[in-house]
Design a protein around this ligand. Structure first.
Ligand SMILES: Cc1cc2nc3c(=O)[nH]c(=O)nc-3n(C[C@H](O)[C@H](O)[C@H](O)COP(=O)(O)OP(=O)(O)OC[C@H]3O[C@@H](n4cnc5c(N)ncnc54)[C@H](O)[C@@H]3O)c2cc1C
Length: 382
């Protein structure tokens, strides 16, 4: 396996490094304070082609490889996790169902604006009573003449409520011909559709810039052309999209771990106690060495999952392993990095404290780590 980057991937990394350092990093503390999705930054990223990262040029994207996407994330997430979280949710789960399962007319109508960067995509799976158990969703789409009547509620949906959002691609139960409500369909509901409303932006302990809300559907009517793909295949469409989402969360975790390692190393070299820099204490050196080693292990799992997707091989188990390992490493490394900063690390004025707050959700989003264990164990034949 050769993970060395192609010229196009290297150019992308350098573009992302530049944008992250010049544009994202200086505005990150403000985005944290405002707790608002920085759509100004996302629009600028759209103008650079970054919002259509995994979508072919034919549909307005830049057709980047998954390996290139991971490498780009390593740069963007170093600067700010909220921006990177909103970006990755758009690039993967927000856009891919439309590309992978939509027809050409639907791609033209909904995917192209997402890929060209004028709109933001959202993925509506989770509900108040159904998170890990996706099959347990209650939102229902009833087939009537010429379309679908949708009733239900979604919870924790990212990117649906910003001034750039186009609406949501959601999963709903449907009635099959024999009346057995065990089938699921993927449907698009555009913002401003009558009966589609939202709650307030929720306040997380991290990812403060990410716009996450409850969505409500009260007799929402959509025409037949809003159905994405096979009406019986919605659940498998959503679950397969999540496989890519897991590589993405793993990549976000790598960027967080690298960020806290850099911060801890810099601080350890500067901070003096007992007449010397704390980096001279072996206890501190071992923490840093452990973080660097674990990061490298997580990095290999993540690039391998991305590489398998790029060469068209199955990557379900590898994506779950990457997400499990990388998110664990990130939450642990963030805690160690705060420890190295002592009291200062506890204060939200310092970037390391913000990364610490951002880390926990990596073990929850796009399938909790317990669910990653379930997926891996099943793949092992349990
Ligand atoms: C910031 C944020 C953004 C999000 N964005 C989106 C989004 O854009 N779209 C979307 O659809 N969802 C989104 N989510 C939802 C996220 O995917 C869910 O929170 C996650 O899948 C877990 O579901 P839950 O919260 O209902 O927890 P539950 O499923 O209720 O789980 C509670 C606990 O039980 C454990 N558990 C459950 N089942 C099992 C099992 N079989 N074995 C062992 N342990 C188990 C879980 O691991 C967890 O520890 C977001 C969540 C957050 C926090």
């Amino acid at each position: 396996m050769d993970f060395s980057l192609t010229e196009a991937e290297r150019d992308l990394v350098s573009l992302c490094r530049d944008f992250a350092q010049k544009e994202i990093a200086p505005r990150a503390p403000l985005a944290w304070e405002d707790a608002r999705c920085p759509t100004d930054l996302l629009r600028e990223m759209g103008a650079l082609g970054l919002l259509g990262m995994l979508i072919p040029e034919e549909w307005g994207g830049i057709g980047m490889s998954t390996v290139g996407f991971v490498a780009a994330m390593e740069q963007l997430g170093l600067a700010d996790q909220s921006v990177a979280a909103a970006w990755q949710a758009h690039v993967t789960i927000g856009s891919l169902p439309l590309y992978l399962f939509g027809n050409d007319a639907q791609r033209e109508r909904w995917l192209r604006p997402l890929a060209e960067g004028s709109a933001l995509g959202a993925f509506g799976l989770t509900e108040p009573d159904a998170g890990s158990d996706a099959r347990g969703i209650r939102t229902r789409a009833e087939r009537r003449d010429g379309g679908w009547l949708i009733n239900g509620q979604k919870a924790f949906i990212s990117n649906a409520g910003t001034d750039m959002s186009f609406g949501v691609t959601l999963l709903a139960r449907t009635d099959s011909a024999d009346g057995d409500a065990s089938e699921f369909a993927t449907l698009v509901v555009e913002k401003d559709t009558p009966g589609f409303t939202m709650g307030q932006k929720m306040r997380g302990i991290g990812w403060r810039g990410l716009d996450t809300r409850e969505l409500f559907f009260d007799d929402v009517w959509v025409d037949d052309d809003h159905l994405i793909g096979d009406p019986a295949m919605g659940l498998s469409q959503f679950l397969s999209t999540l496989e890519v989402g897991r590589i993405s969360i793993a990549a976000l975790s790598l960027s967080l771990t690298q960020a806290v390692l850099d911060l801890a190393l810099e601080y350890a070299r500067e901070r003096r106690q007992f007449g010397q820099p704390i980096s001279k204490f072996q206890a501190i050196q071992f923490k840093l060495a452990d973080i660097a080693t674990e990061l490298e292990a997580a990095r290999w799992l993540t690039y391998r999952a991305a590489y398998l997707r790029d060469i068209g091989e199955p990557f379900l188990k590898e994506a779950s392993m990457a997400k499990l390992k990388a998110s664990r490493v990130a939450t642990w490394a963030a805690s160690e990095a705060v420890q190295i900063h002592g009291g200062l690390g506890y204060m939200l004025e310092t970037p390391v404290a913000r990364f610490y707050c951002d880390s926990k959700v990596l073990e929850i989003g796009e399938g909790t780590n317990e669910i990653q264990h379930v997926v891996i164990a099943r793949q092992l034949g349990c």
